[in-house]
Design a protein around this ligand. Structure first.
Ligand SMILES: [Zn+2]
Length: 255
């Protein structure tokens, strides 16, 4: 039986996510920005929280962990390199480790850059990836604890996922990211198509996720820093992909 995903908003623009295995009835929250919206989603679905899988240590992804753990006695799994900064951790995982929610098994992809050792969680059988604040739809996270080169390497790891992988991430930033992406690739047809799709979803009050990795590879400038057209668009023809990536990321910070 395929996993079921429940997506909802937390705080202001954070996404909360529940991943449910119908066979074993185990349910994981991927990050907990705050407890109340997670509990509301549990009430609406009738699911019981058994696991919390943490992508990275930032407070807007971890603030609700202790409250939920106290109530549900759930297992908290966090990236090994950041566990000291995450509350109530039971188990740690590193790059390449497997991670499971009931019978659903995924794999940890360490994607440094936004933070030192965040865990991107890929569930191949479900064609789902949870990228935290590393990759957003048509954007990527700020490079805070890692180097630009590390973040570009993380982009390459995520770009290697199959096109039909559904992308879930930490924030509803998609439309702002599209506005910026158009400043880099105004003629990108996949980007224009995504803009129309996102405008419609937002007008209907719906989340803009999940997207697919295929859509992201075609339209997300941060995954496209090694394309000759993108290098040319930022006046850096002949520069390395990591240099072009860094230039795009710096421009986004100022946009
Ligand atoms: Zn973050």
């Amino acid at each position: 039986m395929p996993a079921t995903v429940r997506l909802f908003m937390c705080i202001k623009d954070n996404f909360g996510v529940l991943l449910h295995d119908p066979a074993t009835r185990r349910t994981a929250a991927i990050d907990v920005p705050e407890a109340a919206p997670v509990e509301a989603a549990l009430r609406e679905t009738g699911w019981t929280l058994t696991d919390i899988l943490v992508t990275h240590h930032h407070g807007d992804h971890t603030a609700g962990i202790e409250e939920l753990k106290a109530r549900y006695r759930c297992r908290v799994v966090a990236p090994d390199g950041e566990a000291a900064r995450i509350p109530a951790v039971d188990e740690t995982v590193k790059d390449g480790d497997s991670i499971s929610v009931g019978d659903i098994t995924g794999r940890v992809i360490e994607t440094p850059g936004h933070t030192a050792a965040p865990a991107t969680l890929h569930f191949p059988s479900e064609k789902i990836v949870f990228a935290g604040d590393t990759l957003f739809s048509i954007g990527c996270g700020r490079v805070i604890e890692g180097s630009m080169d590390e973040m570009w390497q993380s982009m390459l790891k995520l770009r290697s996922l199959p096109d039909d992988t559904r992308l879930y991430c930490g924030h509803e930033y998609t439309m702002a990211n599209i506005r910026f992406a158009k400043s880099i690739e105004p003629g990108n047809k996949a980007l224009i198509a995504r803009e129309q799709q996102v405008a419609k979803l937002l007008a209907e009050g719906k989340p803009t996720l999940p997207s697919t990795m295929g859509e992201e590879k075609a339209a997300n400038p941060f995954l496209r820093a090694d394309m000759a057209d993108v290098a040319k668009a930022v006046g850096m023809a002949g520069a390395t992909a990591a240099e072009v990536f860094a230039e795009i990321r710096v421009r986004k910070n100022k946009f």
